[in-house]
Design a protein around this ligand. Structure first.
Ligand SMILES: CC(C)(COP(=O)(O)OP(=O)(O)OC[C@H]1O[C@@H](n2cnc3c(N)ncnc32)[C@H](O)[C@@H]1OP(=O)(O)O)[C@@H](O)C(=O)NCCC(=O)NCCS
Length: 177
């Protein structure tokens, strides 16, 4: 059954002042969610690659990736990171995370709907993502949101680690771009 929340929910762009807090939230979520899907050593490695505050701050500054956050009351509950994709008019949803304490209230869907709307506004017509093949709950979440598995990849990310992922895609409909 869906959980209910009476607090104010707000999605907004991540600002440089949010970056340390966001990196901390990412660490918490990853260490709670990914053991059993990937090793703790791979979690350490991927966090160091992707969630250094300086890396996030630079992406925000240069518009290299778009980052949005969801606040519930005064608490940072989740975030999304997305960027222009490999194919023309496509956006790669690189990160979508809600803290386990806040899961099941519809916040993941709110963030995803926001990402879709912002991508359409920017003129893109397709959203795609990679998700670990063992990340069954998230695959179900994306399928419910209209994504289909369109490919699989096994990406060598260095130091003997791989991302053994499904690619999932969704058409966003008409755009002006
Ligand atoms: C995937 C994730 C973002 C979903 O966020 P959430 O806030 O819990 O999801 P919502 O409450 O918005 O759920 C939306 C719908 O998906 C369904 N859903 C969510 N998680 C699910 C799960 N684990 N298994 C099956 N269905 C799920 C909900 O039941 C709901 O269905 P409904 O519309 O029929 O009511 C969140 O669980 C998460 O951060 N997971 C860990 C990190 C992760 O794997 N991120 C994706 C990396 S690619």
């Amino acid at each position: 059954m869906k959980r209910r929340c009476k607090q104010t929910v707000r999605v907004s762009p991540v600002a440089e002042r949010d970056v340390e807090r966001l990196a901390g939230l990412a660490r918490e979520i990853w260490y709670l969610h990914y053991p059993g899907i990937i090793t703790v050593r791979q979690i350490d490695y991927m966090l160091a690659q992707r969630y250094q505050p300086a890396v996030i701050a630079s992406q925000i500054k240069t518009n290299g990736a778009w980052w949005d956050k969801i606040d519930v009351g005064s608490q940072l509950a989740g975030f999304a990171g997305y960027e222009p994709g490999f194919e023309a008019r496509s956006v790669k949803l690189d990160k979508l995370y809600v803290h386990p304490r806040a899961q099941g209230y519809g916040f993941g869907r709110v963030l995803l709907t926001h990402v879709e709307a912002r991508s359409r506004e920017r003129g893109y017509s397709k959203l795609y993502l990679q998700v670990n093949k063992g990340n069954a709950g998230s695959i179900a979440f994306y399928q419910l949101a209209g994504f289909e598995i369109t490919d699989k990849v096994n990406v060598d990310i260095g130091h003997g680690y791989f991302m053994d992922d499904f690619v999932m895609s969704k058409q966003l409909g008409d755009s002006t771009r």
